[in-house]
Design a protein around this ligand. Structure first.
Ligand SMILES: Nc1ncnc2c1ncn2[C@@H]1O[C@H](COP(=O)(O)OP(=O)(O)OP(=O)(O)O)[C@@H](O)[C@H]1O
Ligand SMILES: [Mg+2]
Length: 196
């Protein structure tokens, strides 16, 4: 499989600081390690607010996902809550092109809202839609974290709670790669394991 991890070099990515080679950030931290530590602390606090915000939303969609991103990352990135303007990839996965994010998100969330509205959303379908939403990667950074917050709320609405501590990053990424290739079995199995 082709590897796109170097698909975009630092000098092509306007989100990166050309000097430090890490994401430009509001506190002006200079190393990836410091940035990750800062993100962790801020996210721990702000994710609680984002979770509370989602409970007040009648329907869920890209606008709500953007708001969650904004709540979580406004202290860290100038572009918090804004869709990315560049193409991104991880490994062999090329995420949705920026011009397609809104249209693809509409399809996914229309289905979610429709199924939630008629009480027909199953855990297996939620797992499949989780893998589909992952292909959007709407933001330059913070996609996994904000997507998990959105799906926590979707799962809450179908009477489920989730504990991502019951899996690990490797299993999650493998499931996302299979999902990208339209094989949803691994993500369904994963969700059966991590939800109650
Ligand atoms: N090769 C891949 N193909 C598809 N999806 C991937 C791949 N590698 C990682 N992912 C998914 O992308 C997410 C990471 O994206 P991103 O770095 O934007 O989010 P994050 O919130 O910063 O990180 P994390 O989810 O690790 O907390 C992971 O949660 C994972 O599920
Ligand atoms: Mg990340």
């Amino acid at each position: 499989m082709p590897d796109h991890s170097d698909y975009f070099s630092a000098d092509q990515d306007p989100y990166l600081d050309p000097k430090t080679k890490i994401l430009k950030n509001i506190p002006n931290l200079q190393t990836q390690e410091e940035l990750e530590k800062f993100e962790e602390v801020i996210f721990q606090v702000n994710s609680v607010e984002a979770t509370e915000y989602l409970k007040t939303c009648s329907t869920l969609g890209l606008e709500e996902w953007k708001r969650v991103h904004q709540i979580c990352f406004a202290d860290i990135f100038e572009w918090a809550g804004e869709l990315r303007t560049i193409r991104i990839a991880k490994g062999s996965t090329v995420f949705a092109y920026p011009e397609n994010i809104e249209g693809e998100a509409l399809k996914i969330f229309d289905e979610i809202n429709l199924l939630l509205g008629s009480s027909k959303l199953t855990l297996d379908k939620t797992a499949e839609l989780f893998a589909e939403a992952n292909v959007l990667h709407p933001f330059r950074e913070g996609n996994g974290r904000t997507q998990r917050i959105i799906f926590n709320e979707i799962l809450r609405r179908i009477g489920r709670s989730v504990d991502y501590g019951l899996t690990d990053q490797h299993t999650m990424i493998e499931a996302m790669i299979h999902g990208y290739n339209a094989n949803y079995e691994p993500v369904i199995k994963l969700f059966e394991k991590i939800t109650l």
